[in-house]
Design a protein around this ligand. Structure first.
Ligand code: ADP
Length: 166
């Protein structure tokens, strides 16, 4: 039997990557030979970090995971999935509030390409309240985000919100 490598794409804004994202990512690495974290440009969302900064922060956070790669993409997700010869899209589901949007996206992507499956993964319960938006708000107000993001992300947030940027 010929074994083909199973690849998943984990897409998102990752503005910035949090421990919740990393929890989902660890779970995905158990199911797939290769997982590509694909940072969406999403200029319309007015991200705090540039695309280069977001990819760099993901790359640093996954450097100890040999089957994980950090990349960026623009445009249609299904086109990117095909380009990378992947079979599946991984998304995280935190609460019912995530469901409606995710359901719509998954079905739309299936309409565009029936060969691609969307897999939903639930994070550890302590991360269900965590989002990049909350982390940014806390950091801006001077709150301690060290239990929510890796150390290098905390440093990057502090630099963004520093009153005297370098
Ligand atoms: P997007 O703008 O595409 O929603 P995000 O970076 O906010 O990008 O999220 C990317 C994916 O990670 C989404 O599927 C989102 O539901 C999931 N996610 C975000 N935060 C968490 C978390 N704390 N636990 C589990 N999944 C999460």
């Amino acid at each position: 039997m010929v074994y083909s490598m199973r690849t998943a794409i984990y897409p998102g804004s990752f503005d910035p990557i949090t421990n919740g994202h990393l929890d989902v990512l660890h779970r995905a690495t158990k199911l797939f030979d290769r997982v590509i974290v694909a940072v969406a440009k999403n200029e319309s969302k007015h991200p705090l970090f540039t695309i280069e900064e977001r990819v760099q922060m993901v790359g640093h956070a996954v450097r100890h995971l040999p089957s994980v790669e950090a990349d960026s993409f623009d445009g249609l997700l299904v086109a990117y999935v095909e380009r990378r010869s992947a079979q599946a899209v991984v998304r995280g589901l935190r609460a019912v509030s995530d469901f409606e949007f995710e359901f719509q996206m998954a079905l739309m992507n299936r309409k565009l390409n029936e060969r691609i499956e969307t897999i939903f993964m639930m994070p550890k319960d302590t991360y269900t309240f965590l989002s990049s938006r909350i982390v940014k708000e806390m950091a801006q107000l001077g709150g301690d985000v060290s239990s929510f993001v890796p150390a290098h992300v905390r440093t990057a947030l502090a630099a963004k919100f520093s009153p005297n940027p370098a």
